[in-house]
Design a protein around this ligand. Structure first.
Ligand code: B12
Length: 214
């Protein structure tokens, strides 16, 4: 039954039915499924299939947009649940997070922000297509311990390096740890550009964020 619901969420993402995605997500929560199960086994599974079809030329941009609309609608229901089920007493650290310049992929970055927030971090989400100067200014202003940089395109990954260079130039590199992520990003890339850490998904990001701040 619950597996069936997750499969139907995946199908509705791929099938471009955002209203069904939201309705099924509500049903899944009511039936006792955990928010993270719904995200990973239902929603993200669907986004991955949409991405594969796009690669094969079977899907076009509007298909991706409508898939994203479904996932974002479902996340509006899930975000409060993620926060509510964690017991947090004091801020573990302060994070500035955003998607680098030229890149408008929002969902993964927001999920990482939500998970960090649900696990006790104070999160400043700068959104997408963020210029390096804005990252520097917000890190200074908030005194953040951690800077999260998202890039989903091979052509925008270079923006992560540019932000790190800007942080160095601003003289604040030793005050803030930098964590990078996004589908084309890897540990090797993180090492190459001098980031402090890489995480493959939102769950790992929480662990890695705790580790680098220890
Ligand atoms: C949805 C989507 C879009 C939507 C985005 C809507 C939105 N509001 O976000 C729209 C339609 C706008 C879009 C546009 C484009 N897209 Co697009 N898109 C996708 C798709 C299908 C899903 C991305 C997603 O949301 N995944 C779900 C989330 C949960 O996963 P995630 O983003 O990977 O995030 C997780 C991890 O990566 C990690 N993570 C992410 N960020 C961070 C940050 C930190 C700090 C950490 C630690 C971890 C971390 O944790 C996250 C949660 O677990 C992917 C395919 C894919 N499989 O990735 C293509 C994909 C990324 N897009 C692609 C392309 C080519 C484009 C376009 C260039 C298409 C075009 N011709 O115009 C444009 C670019 C626009 C731009 N300038 O940015 C390619 C990129 C190829 C490449 N390697 O460069 C992909 C891979 C599709 C493909 N297979 O070809 N896209």
């Amino acid at each position: 039954m619950s597996e069936d619901l997750l499969a139907r969420i995946t199908e509705s993402i791929v099938g471009g039915e955002p209203e069904s995605v939201v309705a099924l997500t509500r049903k899944a929560l009511e039936s006792g499924l955990q928010p993270l199960e719904i995200i990973n086994q239902g929603l993200v599974a669907g986004m991955n299939i949409a991405g594969e079809r796009f690669t094969r030329g079977e899907f076009f941009l509007p298909h991706l947009l409508i898939a994203a609309k479904g996932m974002q609608g479902a996340m509006e229901l899930l975000e409060p649940e993620l926060g509510a089920r964690q017991q947090v007493h004091e801020a573990v650290g302060t994070v500035v997070i955003g998607t680098v310049l030229g890149d408008i992929h929002e969902i993964g970055k927001s999920l990482v922000g939500t998970m960090l927030s649900a696990n006790g971090f104070k999160v400043y989400d700068l959104g997408v297509d963020v210029p390096k100067e804005d990252f520097v200014a917000r890190v200074k202003e908030t005194g953040a311990d951690l800077l999260g940089l998202s890039a989903l395109l091979t052509t925008t990954m270079i923006g992560q390096r540019e932000v790190i260079e800007a942080i160095v130039q601003a003289g604040i590199r030793d005050q803030v740890k930098v964590i990078v992520g996004g589908a084309p990003v890897s540990q090797a890339w993180a090492d190459e550009i001098g980031a402090d850490a890489y995480a493959a998904n939102a769950m790992d990001a929480v662990e890695v964020a705790r580790r680098v701040l220890m």
